[in-house]
Design a protein around this ligand. Structure first.
Ligand code: F6R
Length: 608
């Protein structure tokens, strides 16, 4: 995910571009850049890191020009660096492009352009676009962009400027968002409405393959064949704040709702029915797997909780014993890691200090390191031997939701992948799991339908001082994540316990009215779990069950039940965690807490 902007009018372009980009930083903030036509030349400024780097540079040494394009990056192809930042230009800087999306056939296009004498400097897919436009340019920018895009496969929203047509921006989208802002003798393009709201509320919402040709004197929308499209103007009534969050009250709620898409994106092209799992550049052989003396999963917080699920999955599917540990503990334990070990680190940010320290120690020893991370170009992704990216998109709320879900998906893919290589997993079972994995986005969406019920539950329980989460097997791992979510954003003390363990001490804390959330998704362990629920009910607990649709027994024993769609027991965590995230969210909201920025916490813990 990246953000793009463009402006043509009579005012200075760069402050408008930077201000627009500041509203799109939620889409990525690995680098930022602008290209402005100054005295008939395309001038580019672009810097790795936050938008502030670009802003400071432009304040010190402004670019003067009334037409330009800008970009804020969430790196996919090529690490975050100045050279990989957008805008990208052709070699003699006559064409400049900003791009959001992925050009899937860029390698083919690059090779073809190289044969025609074009040079490339970055690792990005985007760099093919200005060169392709240059190749087709015969004096009409629109025609050249139309020809270039007809050769491009994948997704894109692009803004293009050209030295030879210095009053014009041409833009187009396919499967990536793009809107047009209509001002008085000034026009804007942007990935999202907030980027233009300080200037206009009149918008065109572009459809795929609609081309915008804008100068300060007017704007035209055309099809790729040059036919003019008559578009309706959309008047925006909501404010900037709401728009950035896509209409949601908070980033956390937005991110919870993005989970079906995040899961789908993480599965795409890796899990296909009837084909072995494809983890891109990861190619372990059976011999490699058998040669590992130990497999460790090491992480912090929510990422650690996903590792607990990972342990069970890898052990069950691939019959490989796995140790899971908290990074800050593991690193000081003199762990028995050797040059024959495999270390799997899990980190949304890829920058958590303790996790990175473990990664570096392991590499020094000679162990193989596989990173599961959400951030392309993060330290974890650069330093590990292998990477599985979780395609959750930028996670802004401090409490992790969609990253956790995609970390679980990575664990399932890894478990099946190892199982397929080792031959410990029957084809029938692997196919069944893949089919069920592909159904998860829809099932997670279904759980969101329970929102109102959960909201009511929260309004009755937000004054509680303590809450207990109980589960057995994978339900216990999910209970830990539910408990962490509740305490970190609502400040209610909560604990997660393995159902059978409670009676070894903690049950002493259960008294009349103590809230207990009990997970019941493991059919094999359900009778045991029911006994554990009875134990707490006898001591006065009020129990909310999380159970599969149609589970009458859960209804009989628990005070209330939230139902979730049925899936294989192994995959249940992906679905059962959603009501727990929503419970934490609504309880925190009832209490008036800042759910996106809970006290004492930071999104990325880069200190020990
Ligand atoms: C909790 C949460 C944290 C992170 C932890 C690790 O909601 O987000 O517990 O999971 O700080 O962060 P990453 O995954 O960036 O290494």
């Amino acid at each position: 995910m990246c953000g793009i902007v463009g402006f043509v009018g009579k005012k200075e372009a760069s402050p408008i571009l930077v201000e627009g980009l500041s509203k799109l930083e939620y889409r990525g903030y690995d680098s930022a850049g602008v290209a402005v036509l100054e005295d008939g030349e395309i001038k580019v400024r672009k810097f790795k890191g936050r938008l502030k780097n670009l802003d400071d540079n432009l304040k010190q040494s402004p670019l003067n020009g009334t037409i330009g394009i800008g970009h804020t990056r969430w790196a996919t192809h090529g690490e975050p660096s100045d050279i990989n930042s957008h805008p990208h230009t052709n070699e003699n800087a006559t064409i400049s492009v900003v791009h959001n999306g992925i050009i899937e056939n860029y390698i083919k296009l690059k090779e073809w352009l190289k044969k025609k004498g074009y040079e490339f400097y970055s690792e990005t897919d985007t760099e093919v676009i200005p060169n392709l436009v240059d190749y087709y340019y015969k004096g009409d920018l629109f025609e050249a962009v139309a020809k270039a895009t007809s050769k491009m496969e994948g997704s894109y929203a692009i803004g293009v400027i050209c030295k030879n047509e210095p009053d014009k921006i041409v833009a187009v989208r396919k499967d990536s968002p793009l809107i047009v802002g209509l001002g008085e003798k000034e026009y804007f393009i942007a990935s999202d409405i907030p980027a233009v709201l300080n200037h206009t509320r009149e918008i065109y919402l572009l459809e795929d393959k609609e081309f915008v040709i804008m100068t300060r004197d007017g704007i035209e929308i055309k099809t790729e064949d040059g036919e003019v499209v008559d578009k309706e103007v959309f008047h925006v009534t909501w404010d900037v704040d709401a728009a950035e969050k896509g209409g949601y009250e908070d980033f956390m709620l937005k991110e919870i709702h993005e989970q079906p898409k995040a899961i789908k994106d993480t599965l795409t092209s890796r899990v296909l029915k009837d084909s072995p799992i494809n983890l891109e550049n990861i190619n372990f052989t059976k011999e490699d797997l058998e040669a590992f003396d130990r497999v460790f999963i090491v992480a912090c917080g929510t990422a650690y909780n996903s590792g607990l699920v990972g342990k069970t999955i890898i052990e069950k599917l691939a019959k490989i014993p796995v140790e899971v540990d908290i990074a800050s503990e593991f690193r000081y334990r003199d762990p028995l890691i050797t040059d024959k070990s495999l270390l799997i680190v899990v980190s949304q940010s890829g920058e958590t200090a303790d996790t990175l320290a473990v990664l570096r120690d392991a590499k020094r020893i000679g162990a193989k390191v596989l990173a599961i991370t959400n951030v392309v170009g993060s330290s974890a992704s650069r330093e590990a031997n292998h990477v599985i990216y979780t395609w959750a998109g930028p996670e802004i709320a401090v409490a992790s939701t969609k990253a956790y879900e995609t970390q679980l998906i990575a664990m399932y893919m890894l478990g099946i992948y190892f199982g397929e290589i080792k031959g410990t997993l029957s084809k029938e079972f692997a196919d069944e799991l893949k089919e069920e994995l592909l159904q998860l986005p829809e099932k997670v969406k279904e759980v969101m339908g329970n929102k109102e019920y959960i909201q009511k539950y929260a309004s009755r329980n937000y004054m509680d001082k303590d809450t207990f989460f109980l589960g057995r097997g994978l339900d216990y791992a999910v209970a830990l994540e539910g408990s962490l979510k509740l305490k970190e954003i609502s400040y209610i003390h909560s604990e997660a316990y393995a159902g059978g363990e409670l009676k070894h001490g903690t049950i002493a804390l259960i008294e009349e009215g103590t809230p207990v959330v009990a997970l019941l998704t493991d059919d094999k362990l359900k009778d045991k779990m029911i006994s554990n629920i009875r134990e707490v009910i006898t001591r006065g607990a009020k129990v909310l069950g999380i159970a599969y649709e149609g589970d009458k027994e859960a209804e009989q024993i628990c005070d209330e039940v939230i139902y979730i769609p049925r899936t294989s027991t192994l995959l249940a965590p992906v679905i059962s965690v959603v009501p727990l995230q929503l419970i934490a969210y609504y309880i925190a909201k009832q209490k008036g807490c800042d759910v996106d920025k809970p006290r004492n916490l930071a999104k990325s813990v880069t200190v020990e």
